[in-house]
Design a protein around this ligand. Structure first.
Ligand SMILES: Cc1cc2nc3c(=O)[nH]c(=O)nc-3n(C[C@H](O)[C@H](O)[C@H](O)COP(=O)(O)OP(=O)(O)OC[C@H]3O[C@@H](n4cnc5c(N)ncnc54)[C@H](O)[C@@H]3O)c2cc1C
Length: 445
């Protein structure tokens, strides 16, 4: 078994496998230590259009097109399905990138990991990293392969892509909560024999806003063979309901009971569920909304969820992880070639700018006095016309354009919260197309 490399990567999810491919293509000897045996299931199935170019660079675009569902946009709905708005990416993006993807993560993550091997990386599956030591001569990583005796692996540099395990941040006490974001619990499952409405049948993800004490949302993602339905709830509400439902359904049954209770209380979901059948167990995921205070140093870099996790309303996680991986790989290359840390620093400035934009957008979604994403039509008293150009910007942010333009977008989101400032930003962009928010996004012929 290979025990030394230039770079060791902990975790073979989208962030780890992307980092592995980029660094292998640059000529580095890369070793990925992945705890699970792939293919393994994972929550998070809807992607942003800005991942399209990344797939092309990694060399998996044609496989993506052949294997997964295409996604033309996002539909926001309120719980009783009386208001809907459709955000179609082709209104702000020209070219094939406007059509994104939804995928079952077992197959998607496996595709990316196998691709990293084809590009030269070595992957050891079943290898759970338990410890690490930074020494003058390099990095020592301890891992147990298939629950065997601890083994030592050595490298010049360590990349942590361990997802919500956040290996380095936890080990070094660097994990902090995003103070403005609430902790949430997500419950999800897959359904068949559903009655898709036009927006879902055309491939849109549908996000249903849940207000009040639930302070959450429901997702519906049309995947090739099924409809993924999940609900994210404010943790305080979920805990209160758990108490009540445990008495009735026991320790094992309360999560399913809560899941069904919440999705069945929304007309937007019930419209598609008539006669439908749930085909798997309810998966439960805590959404911790955290970040690592420090994300790189001379001997390590943290990418993807391992460095920070945000409420997944806007389907941003995979793109944040994969784009972060690309930027970090360039910085790591400079560092290992003796060209200094400037590029790594610049990479993490862009990465943290991207996270800031998404965090700001999430706060906007939950703020009752801010915009209601489902209620954006020309005739509403929310004054669509006044906000027209800012909405164009929002459209682009929803598509994933939040790294290089983060400063401009942060200002634009502030604009959406403050009517006084709107005039200032009116000239940024503007699309007559925005008036079509009530029209379903269509899949190109
Ligand atoms: C409820 C919910 C819904 C979401 N929906 C979306 C969505 O629609 N779209 C979207 O883009 N994102 C979504 N996300 C976020 C998305 O799933 C993540 O951002 C994405 O998986 C991050 O990829 P990653 O590679 O950083 O981490 P992961 O995909 O979690 O991969 C980490 C890997 O590291 C391995 N690992 C962990 N610890 C160790 C260890 N000690 N040793 C070795 N290996 C280890 C794990 O086995 C895993 O394979 C959602 C998240 C949640 C919780």
């Amino acid at each position: 078994m290979k025990t030394s490399a230039d770079i060791i990567i902990i975790g073979g999810g989208p962030s780890g496998s992307s980092t592995a491919t980029h660094l292998s293509k640059m000529g580095y000897d890369v070793l990925v230590l992945e705890k699970a045996h792939f293919p393994r299931e994972h929550v998070g199935e809807s992607m942003l259009p800005f991942t399209y170019d990344l797939f092309e660079e990694l060399g998996v675009l044609e496989d993506m097109k052949a294997r997964f569902t295409r996604k033309p946009g996002v539909t926001f709905s309120n719980a009783d399905a009386s208001q809907e708005s459709h955000w179609c990416f082709n209104r702000v993006i020209d070219g094939p990138q406007a059509l994104s993807f939804h995928a079952r993560r077992a197959q998607f993550d496996d595709l990316l990991l196998r691709n990293s091997e084809q590009n030269g990386a070595t992957v050891i599956e079943g290898a759970a990293v338990t410890d690490m030591h930074f020494e003058d001569q390099g990095v020592k990583v301890i891992a147990e392969v298939d629950h065997g005796e601890p083994q030592t692996f050595t490298a010049r540099f360590l990349v942590d892509a361990s997802g919500q395990n956040a290996f380095i941040a936890r080990k070094m006490g660097m994990q902090k909560p995003f103070k403005r974001l609430n902790v949430r619990q997500a419950l999800s499952a897959h359904w068949v024999n559903v009655k898709l409405d036009d927006s879902l049948a055309n491939g849109n993800i549908k996000i249903v806003h849940l207000g009040g004490e639930k302070l959450g949302w429901i997702w519906m993602i049309p995947i090739k063979d099924s409809l993924s339905i999940g609900v994210a709830l404010n943790m305080s509400y979920a805990k209160q309901e758990r108490k009540r439902l445990m008495a009735e359904h026991g320790r094992k049954g309360w999560e399913k009971a809560l899941y069904l209770q919440e999705i069945q209380s929304s007309a937007a979901v019930m419209n598609v569920l008539q006669g439908a059948e749930m085909i798997d167990e309810v998966a439960s995921n805590g959404d911790f909304s955290y970040y690592s205070e420090k994300k790189f140093d001379d001997q390590y870099a943290i990418v993807g969820d391992a460095g920070g996790f945000l409420d997944p309303i806007f389907s941003s996680g995979i793109y944040l992880g994969m784009m972060g991986a690309k930027l970090a790989a360039k910085g790591i290359d400079d560092l290992l070639q003796g060209r200094g840390k400037d590029r790594l620093e610049a990479a993490y400035q862009d990465i943290s700018g991207g996270y800031q934009v998404v965090e700001e957008l999430i706060c906007t979604f939950y703020e009752p006095n801010s915009i209601a994403f489902s209620d954006i039509t020309v005739d509403t008293n929310f004054s669509f016309r006044k906000f027209e150009t800012a909405y164009s910007i929002l459209h682009l942010i929803l598509a994933g354009d939040f790294f290089t333009n983060h400063e401009r977008y942060l200002k634009a989101i502030a604009t959406l919260k403050s009517a006084d400032m709107i005039e200032k930003f009116k000239s940024l962009t503007g699309h007559a197309e925005e008036a079509k928010m009530h029209e379903v996004c269509l899949m190109p012929a």
